[in-house]
Design a protein around this ligand. Structure first.
Ligand SMILES: C[S@@+](CC[C@H](N)C(=O)[O-])C[C@H]1O[C@@H](n2cnc3c(N)ncnc32)[C@H](O)[C@@H]1O
Length: 505
């Protein structure tokens, strides 16, 4: 099967121009002809040393400009448009963007309707979860992966639809997927040349599905849908649990709510949900897992601040701090403010919320506003002191930046974006943050170190190294490494908690 590459048309040469000679300057053939002018004779200059001949760059070597934002004239609720939107988002992730901003770009450039957004988002997230398997299948059917990002994204998205994960039914009939993928390809400038290839690959997959899937599953990339280095690192870190951890990261995340006990109670809110026809399980002291996902607009009392969306594992942070009214509390990496809100719901404290990202920090203000709570917001780096007034804090929450390897079920793009070396850089930064914050803690005060990482170097090893550096740090009881789990009465992401108290002088 051949993937015919597009060639660029070369601008016509000006009439009368000499044919370009091999070895001439390729740019010269496009230069505007100089007006005829009197030429002043200069004394004869030394002949320039002969330059090595530069070959003319053939047109097929010129990288085409891809049009990932092109919106063809297709019905806004068609699967063809959803395939193109998702393919564009997937292509952006492969180029290094996180999925949420990639989707925002697609929605804006496509002028997507709410229904269209839902379809594009669903397909893009599915593809992130099944990318390793789709990539492996495509590799089995083509000699070389297509180098047009939209084409690659389109084939991955279509294969994910034709090949749902075990136990899940296919969301569309196979012939619909093939028909819509070919229609989409025909209407897009990056794909039109490969319309026949899209058709051939997808039909071949349908014909040879069993053999292709069996062959693909022999490869860890397809079996687990994570990069090879990630699989190996997880296996090394968790020799007993690595398979369950990888599988958990491929599951659908639940929608878990935190009940705002300043405004209502768990039983009372469960009743409100019931009245709205929504069933939920209790998965923590204030945590309710909805049985069916919903938009926040559909959640009773959300806009009035009765509840927030927060994973049950993340809901452990505020209670671990042992808060009391009147305390001075620092949330050092606060945005978007999930844990800040919980802290303020639990006690009347004077909260300072710091985050290095001013845009994300604004979301802390929005979230607290919805809950009817407030804090002092500071856009600053937690490893610096220039923002600190020198007054010690009674409690510090350090929910440090990390690789987020524990929340891949919510952010399935993370595994494809991270590099093996990211962890080392983030560990250095979080070590600096912890050391800096320690001096801001009062004697007897408590610092809670949190990550949403599963890599031990970011979590337990960091906590142990911190304790070794600070002889005045007493390590108190805390959950340590929580592996992602879901089940009856239990459902949380992978998080790490270490709690330290400063020895009184
Ligand atoms: C894990 S998130 C915090 C989540 C938050 N605690 C919550 O519960 O909603 C980490 C945050 O650290 C911020 N951050 C990254 N580097 C930072 C730094 N050097 N100083 C302060 N904040 C930083 C990021 O902008 C991000 O918002």
């Amino acid at each position: 099967m051949t993937d015919k590459r597009r060639t660029l048309t070369i601008a016509p040469k000006p009439a009368g121009a000499k044919p370009a000679r091999p070895g001439g300057n390729p740019a010269a053939q496009y230069a505007r002809p100089k007006p005829a002018a009197k030429v002043e004779k200069k004394p004869a200059a030394k002949p320039a040393p002969a330059r090595p001949a530069e070959p003319v760059r053939p047109s097929h070597e010129v990288k085409p400009q891809f049009q990932q934002a092109f919106r063809p004239d297709l019905p806004s609720d068609s699967l063809a448009l959803a395939l193109l939107g998702a393919a564009s988002a997937v292509a952006q992730v492969r180029a290094g963007s996180a999925l949420p901003p990639a989707l925002s770009n697609v929605f804006a450039s496509f002028g997507a309707t709410p229904q269209g957004r839902g379809a594009i988002q669903d397909l893009a997230y599915r593809t992130m979860r099944g990318l390793g398997r789709a990539e492996t299948l495509l590799g089995l059917m083509t000699a070389k992966a297509p180098d047009v990002p939209m084409l690659l994204g389109m084939l991955h998205c279509a294969l994910v639809l034709l090949d749902p994960p075990p136990g899940e039914s296919a969301p569309y009939e196979p012939f619909t997927v093939v028909d819509q993928a070919v229609t989409a390809a025909a209407r897009h400038p990056d794909l039109a040349h490969a319309k026949a290839m899209v058709n051939a690959v997808l039909r071949r997959f349908l014909r040879e599905r069993d053999a292709l899937v069996a062959s693909a599953l022999a490869q860890p990339l397809a079996r687990w849908n994570y990069p090879q280095w990630w699989i190996e690192a997880m296996r090394a870190a968790y020799p007993r649990d690595w398979e369950a951890i990888l599988a958990a990261g491929n599951g659908q995340p639940p929608l878990t709510l935190r009940v705002n006990t300043r405004k209502t109670g768990v039983e009372q809110y469960l009743h409100l949900l019931e009245q709205a026809g929504m069933a939920a399980d209790v998965v923590g002291p204030h945590a309710l897992r909805l049985k069916q996902a919903a938009n926040v607009g559909q959640i009773p009392g959300f806009h009035e601040g009765l509840v927030s969306v927060q994973d049950a594992g993340a809901q452990l942070a505020a209670p671990l701090l042992g808060l009391q009214d009147g305390m001075r509390v620092l949330d050092a990496c606060a945005a978007p403010g999930g844990k800040s809100g919980h802290i303020l719901e639990m006690a009347d404290v004077d909260l300072t919320a710091v985050d290095a990202d001013a845009q994300r920090l604004a979301r802390v203000g929005d979230n607290l506003g919805r809950l009817g709570l407030s804090a002092t917001l500071v856009a600053a780096c937690a490893q610096a002191t220039d923002w600190w007034d020198g007054r010690p804090f009674d409690r510090i929450l350090a929910d440090v930046p990390c690789t987020a390897s524990g929340i891949v079920r919510r952010h399935p793009d993370i595994r494809w974006l991270r590099r093996k070396t990211d962890s080392r850089q983030l560990t250095t930064l979080s070590g600096e943050i912890l050391d800096n914050l320690w001096q801001m803690l009062s004697a007897d005060g408590k610092l809670l170190f949190v990550t949403c990482s599963l890599w031990p170097q970011e979590s337990e090893a960091q906590a142990a190294a911190f304790a070794a550096r600070h002889m005045d740090a007493i390590r108190l009881d805390a959950p340590g490494q929580l592996l992602p789990s879901s089940g009856a009465g239990l459902d949380h992401d992978g998080l790490f908690y270490a709690l330290f108290q400063k020895r009184a002088a």
